[in-house]
Ligand binder design. Structure first.
Ligand code: BEZ
Length: 242
């Protein structure tokens, strides 16, 4: 990379920022991002290149899980620094030829952005020059119905993503919003959630004394409560907006 080019790679949106806006050509036509996704959650993700094995395994997994994300009112949008015809040919190959881990005949119905100019990749900090100056890393942006970035995850070129984790992230974000709670390490729907720290010593003492219904305290600053798995799953399915 030549001196001076570094500045083109430094746009790094952060959690809590409004998702940077762009228009792009995709395998499903033009998109206006994030405007046309208002009211939905959306996962914008990048992959290094079409016709590569790790990316193929990821696209097959995402295509297979698309309905699970849709049930949570979440749409998927992919991106790589490849052209439209490459994208189309690769997705056709996946559908017509690739069988992997019991997955086959998978149609990728969500849009895949062509970004030969690298404009979107640069806007979202998907190009990380220490890893590659020509391929996007495996970035994941989880964006809420108001267009706010709520989670960012980056993986290097060599590592396929864990798609159960991406689903868990969405479930946890929606649960935190719907129930005004936080989720502890490795939380899954049905596990206990963390209640906000008591606003006064009196409430903290009542909790510690076990007087607050359904709340268990491990210390004054660390209290949990149970939310039934069905209740969580039904609520996060229904809640379209934050
Ligand atoms: C892959 O998807 O297999 C891949 C892409 C770029 C670099 C390394 C691996």
């Amino acid at each position: 990379m030549e001196t001076g080019d570094e500045t083109k790679f430094v746009s790094m949106p952060r959690i809590g920022d409004k998702a940077p806006a762009f228009k792009a050509v995709t395998t499903q036509g033009e998109i206006d991002f994030p405007g046309q996704y208002a009211g939905s959650w959306v996962i914008l993700f990048s992959h290094p290149a079409d016709f590569t094995p790790v990316c193929t395994s990821e696209f097959m997994t995402f295509a297979q899980m698309e309905n699970q994300f849709a049930e949570l009112n979440c749409k998927l949008v992919g991106l790589s620094i490849d052209g439209l015809y490459s994208h189309i040919a690769w997705l056709r190959t996946i559908k017509e030829k690739i069988e992997y881990k019991g997955m086959k005949n998978l149609e990728v119905k969500f849009p895949l952005i062509e970004d030969v100019s690298m404009e979107v990749a640069k806007l979202y900090g998907m190009l990380q020059p220490g890893e590659s100056t020509t391929k996007a890393v495996r970035a994941v942006f989880v964006i809420d119905p108001k267009g706010i970035i709520r989670t960012i995850i980056y993986y290097p070129l060599s590592m396929g993503r864990n798609f159960d984790e991406l689903l868990r992230v969405l479930q946890a974000l929606k649960t935190a919003d719907a129930f005004s709670v936080a989720t502890p390490a490795d939380w899954r729907p049905g596990d206990d959630v963390i209640v906000p720290t008591a606003g006064s010593c009196g409430v903290a003492k009542e909790r510690m004394d076990g007087k607050e219904k359904d709340v268990t305290c491990h210390d004054w600053f660390f209290c949990t409560k149970k939310i039934d798995k069905e209740k969580v799953l039904n609520t996060i399915k229904k809640t379209a907006a934050k």
